[in-house]
Design a protein around this ligand. Structure first.
Ligand code: HMG
Length: 392
């Protein structure tokens, strides 16, 4: 066990997928009679992912993982955890579908985890424990979600969707996870989705305040536990339900800090929110998309630098933990994200509304038009209550 404690375990690869469509936030603001700067600056989002009916939590997850897994990785994976609050079945796990679509071994554990946006962090910590006991194996942890609040609701500009897949292994190429972590849970009704609903219920302002309360609690607990201080971190990362919320968290951490010191953290934050600003809320994947955004867009971070990560899931659960950048982490990145985001097609507000309303609300037999969805994995329809997934 002592050997296991010394072992470096963490994130070896990160794959991200979001569908090929987006709506422009300035145009959405105009359509909702809002000042565009409310969405662009006040909320901090410039584009929002639009999710066609041919994509769901399963296909998003499979598309994200397929971007980074090699044959060798697939052979070594014996644990697949999919964190989602957009699951497609009350019994069967999203991970069971995803593992088959990816062609993974059958000598494997597959499970789904739920605790709002927090669950991928639980998955990461469970995977870390698994690799400590089985160092020659790899674990696949995916956060996959579609954020839906409803047309013309206050939450509408904070929708989005996509998936982030992380390969967890010993001697990872990107980030090692450090041992200490601080977590806090409390039964809070800030955001939830009753079983009968396809859109979340939310007490918006309350949820934003609870998020900040949880951040302060776990951040201070982490500092007290470890004896570390702000300047021991090279960057702070946040769950980004919309990027302004993370900025508010960062401002809390930087209260009373010398402006020249603070400006470094604000610069890294800009790198860490670039991809989230163009996608919207990913729920479980948001913090990890922000991590990918930082790794691909920072000009200053180097090997050994410590990152602090704040994970939050409504309901509510918070966790603050840390990771260290690995030598040559830049070379281990695929840099596919900017291109994927730029290749997307813009839809008008009217088209977005039509696509949003086309969500499957029952399990009747149907065939979906997959010809316009360029993704590798798609949902082709439903037959006898069974979802029909296809690899193109
Ligand atoms: P709202 O009430 O429409 O917006 O909804 P507002 O009036 O509060 O304005 C938003 C911001 O824009 C304000 O800034 C305004 O001042 C600013 P703030 O006071 O927050 O700093 N503003 C402008 N700025 C520049 N130029 C302008 C302008 N006009 C206004 N012209 C709300 C906002 C976030 C409440 C809503 O969108 C919502 O309910 N969203 C969903 C809930 C949410 O995302 N909560 C976040 C915390 S909970 C969480 O993170 C968990 C979650 O991811 C779910 C899970 O765990 O599964 C959500």
């Amino acid at each position: 066990m002592r050997g296991a404690m010394k072992m470096k375990i963490g994130i070896d690869k990160i794959g991200f997928f979001t569908p090929h469509l987006y709506v422009d936030m300035a145009k959405l603001a105009q359509a909702r009679n809002e000042d565009p700067n409310k969405y662009l600056i006040g909320i901090g989002q410039n584009k929002m992912a639009v999710i066609p009916p041919t994509q769901d939590a399963v296909t998003l997850a499979a598309n994200a993982a397929a971007k980074v897994l090699t044959v060798e990785d697939k052979e070594a994976i014996d644990l697949v955890i999919v964190a989602t609050e957009s699951g497609v079945d009350n019994s069967k796990s999203t991970a069971a579908y995803v593992s088959e679509l990816l062609g993974l071994s059958h000598e494997i554990r597959t499970i789904e985890l739920k605790q709002a946006c927090y669950a991928a962090t639980a998955g990461l910590q469970l995977a870390k424990g698994h690799i400590a006991l089985a160092p020659d194996k790899k674990a696949l942890v995916i956060g996959s979600d579609i954020a839906r609040y409803g047309l013309k609701t206050p939450g509408e500009p904070t929708q989005g969707g996509g998936a982030v897949a992380m390969l967890v292994s010993k001697d990872p190429k990107l980030v090692t996870l450090e041992a200490e972590s601080a977590y806090y849970a409390k039964d809070v009704m800030d955001f939830w989705r009753p079983l009968s609903q396809t859109e979340a219920k939310v007490d918006g302002k309350f949820s934003a305040n609870i998020y900040l309360e949880f951040f302060e609690k776990v951040y201070q607990d982490y500092l007290a536990k470890t004896g570390l201080k702000l300047t021991d971190f090279s960057a702070l990362l946040f769950h980004l339900p919309y990027t302004k919320q993370g900025l508010k968290g960062l401002r809390k951490a930087l209260e009373g800090v010398d402006p020249t010191v603070a400006s470094h953290y604000y610069n890294e934050f800009e790198a860490s929110r670039k991809y989230n600003m163009a996608t919207g809320n990913l729920y479980t994947g948001s913090l990890y998309l922000s991590l990918l955004s930082l790794l691909e867009n920072t000009d200053t971070l180097k090997a050994g630098d410590r990152l602090g990560l704040f994970s939050y899931g409504s309901g509510a659960q918070g966790e603050f933990f840390s990771g260290r950048l690995q030598p040559n982490y830049k070379e281990a990145l695929t840099y596919q994200t900017s291109e994927m985001l730029e290749m997307r097609a813009e839809v008008s507000v009217a088209e977005y509304e039509q696509i949003f309303s086309a969500i499957l609300t029952d399990d009747h037999d149907r065939k979906l038009d997959i010809s316009k969805d360029p993704a590798q994995f798609v949902l082709a329809g439903i037959k006898d209550f069974k979802r029909q997934y296809l690899k193109k």
